[in-house]
Design a protein. Structure first.
Length: 99
């Protein structure tokens, strides 16, 4: 796999989780439909698992193929941006629900 393909994997997974998180948060803000809260909770659960699996997979691939380690670490860095965003969105969601 080429370096830009590895980095694109990180971008796509980050973008997908970010987009779904925005849909859940702003969907609830606009409609006050509790279904968005349930979807957001499921996204936190399954998104964490999916992101961890990709991080582990990229880390193993980078260690196995030392020439690709730098690209794998960049992709992992992109995936790690989701952690503070998910935490922030969870705090906002909790404050809105228990208001």
């Amino acid at each position: 796999m080429k370096d830009h393909q590895i980095i694109n994997i990180g971008k796509y997974i980050f973008g997908l989780c970010f987009l779904l998180g925005n849909i859940c948060l702003f969907g609830y803000l606009i409609t006050k439909n509790d279904g968005f809260v349930a979807c957001g909770y499921m996204l936190l659960t399954w998104g964490t698992i999916v992101n961890l699996l990709f991080v582990i997979g990229l880390l193993i691939y980078g260690i196995a193929s030392q020439s690709k380690l730098k690209a794998c670490l960049k992709a992992i860095g992109l995936l790690l941006i989701n952690i503070p965003l998910a935490y922030l969105y969870a705090l906002i969601g909790i404050k809105l629900i228990f208001k």
